[in-house]
Design a protein around this ligand. Structure first.
Ligand code: SF4
Length: 483
């Protein structure tokens, strides 16, 4: 006996929901997050939806929740009046005025928005895109909806793909095997890119380009790759190691277009570092003027500070000054390492030497952190392993006809622990596995397999899974597996 009342937790929850209910009494707008849930689950009187200018709206698919920068839902399918259905994005705001107040009208990322969903709007509001107000269109009182979303509402059937049912019926072994097989395709695809690039620029440069591209994460892959292509021009000439790191950081940041045109007048700790690299760059920039990237090439919206390209370039300068990163990787690859030690040992290879500025600043202009942070976190190491290091070793071994090393690369690839969750993986799990996270024991390779299925099937279909053969294939696999 614990002595806790059997419904204590329920009472706690109910009491925490009393406040919003009271606020509703005062007619306050609900939190935007609640509106997003309402839209995702379509808790609306769906046959009564009309835009402010009186057009009927039929929601054939609410789209997929975008947890990153840009519109709230992507790839919705709507039908306005009797027009043909069309696909586009949905932005959710409390008020119609939010469209301009949040500058969506000037942001190219919102160009594909086909419906602005708001809580409330004056009927004569001047709207740049069709606008739908939800306040009078909910299918239940707001406090009841709020309580419902507080419980695990799960993934609405509408979001689960058609393959989620046959995948759910697969045995665990069959599901894991399927994901592993898809992961193998992904490994080969990445490997073939390295092989093709190595034929043009050699194995080592292909590796550097892959590492830089991976440091660009998903927003800045191309500018990072371009900086890597310039590396033969940028090698630092300073024999003193710390001086060489600083001078290479100056070149990388300068050539990437990320240094300010003018030095700030104020003087802070960050400005001191900026002044020193600016001094380097100021002397050299004429040499690199033809290859300096426009700053507009970089995307900073929705970036975690740890993924900021300035910080990534600062880390890359350490790797380059060490000069022996490819050798260190080679030693790592040919050493005996237990599966449990893979990530930690690669982390050591990639860890930078001491960096007084970057270990305590996220970007050139950010304030000093309370606690120093490593220049590379464990999750990024997993990305580097499965996207760059292991495909590169795998394909190099294949080119050298060394099946033992190829198998060693595969073994590490399949044994690598799962990477950090991200929006793409969450969406893939939502669609293919109806949100069931725990079903497959996740490894990095199985995550890669899931992404490969999205690429192979979802990317060739639409939100309604039209013409997708994957469900049928899975059903057949199930029949075969059951034989
Ligand atoms: S498009 Fe195909 S693979 Fe993607 S969720 Fe729909 S049925 Fe599944």
């Amino acid at each position: 006996m614990s002595g806790i009342a059997p419904n204590l937790y329920e009472q706690w929850r109910a009491s925490t929901r009393a406040a919003p209910a009271l606020r509703e009494a005062a007619d306050a707008a609900p939190p935007e997050r609640l509106l997003q849930h309402i839209w995702q689950h379509q808790r609306l009187r769906r046959e009564q939806l009309r835009t402010l200018d009186g057009q009927q709206v039929c929601v054939l698919h609410p789209g997929f929740w975008n947890h990153e920068a840009g519109p709230d839902f992507r790839n919705a399918i709507l039908q306005f009046g009797t027009a043909s259905p069309h696909s586009g994005d949905i932005e959710i705001d409390l008020h119609s005025a939010g469209w301009r107040a949040h500058r969506h009208d000037r942001n190219a990322a919102y160009r594909n928005v086909i419906l602005h969903v708001v809580w409330d709007a004056e009927s004569d509001a001047h709207c740049a895109v069709p606008t739908l107000a939800l306040k009078l269109r909910l299918d239940a009182p707001l406090n009841e909806l709020s309580a419902w979303f507080g419980h695990d509402a799960g993934v609405p059937d509408l979001l689960a793909g058609r393959c989620s049912a046959p995948l759910r019926d697969l045995s665990m072994n069959a599901l894991c095997e399927l994901l592993q097989q898809a992961a193998r395709i992904r490994l080969r695809r990445k490997a073939s890119e390295f092989a093709a690039r190595a034929r043009q620029v050699g194995w080592e440069r292909a590796l550097w380009e892959g590492l830089f591209a991976a440091l660009g994460y998903k927003h800045n892959v191309w500018p990072m790759r371009r900086v890597a292509e310039l590396l033969p021009l940028l090698a630092a000439g300073d024999s003193n190691k710390r001086g060489a790191v600083l001078s290479l950081q100056a070149r990388l940041l300068g050539v990437s277009g990320m240094l300010p045109a003018e030095l700030p007048r104020t003087q802070s700790g960050a400005d001191d570092y900026l002044r020193r690299i600016w001094d380097h760059w100021w002397r050299e920039r004429g040499e690199f003027v033809d290859v300096t990237l426009p700053r507009a090439l970089w995307r900073f919206n929705g970036l975690r500070p740890a993924n900021h390209p300035q910080r990534r370039l600062a880390l890359a300068a350490h790797w380059l000054v060490e000069e022996n990163l490819p050798d260190k990787l080679e030693r790592w690859f040919t050493s005996e390492i237990s599966d449990g030690g893979l990530s930690g040992s690669l982390m050591e290879v990639f860890q930078a030497g001491r960096d007084d500025f970057w270990s305590s600043h996220w970007t050139l202009r950010s304030a000093r952190m309370a606690k120093p942070q490593p220049l590379l976190g464990a999750h990024r190491v997993t990305d580097l392993a499965v996207n760059v290091v292991l495909p590169w070793f795998w394909t190099r071994a294949e080119a050298g006809r060394n099946s033992t090393l190829q198998q060693a690369a595969e073994h590490r690839y399949y044994s690598w622990p799962a990477s950090e969750d991200n929006a793409l993986l969450r969406l893939a799990r939502q669609r293919l596995l109806a949100g069931a996270n725990a079903r497959a024991p996740w490894t990095a390779a199985r995550q890669q397999g899931l992404l490969q299925i999205v690429r192979d099937f979802c990317d060739h279909s639409n939100s309604l899974c039209e013409n997708c053969r994957f469900p049928e294939l899975v059903r057949n696999l199930d029949a075969t597996a059951a034989e």
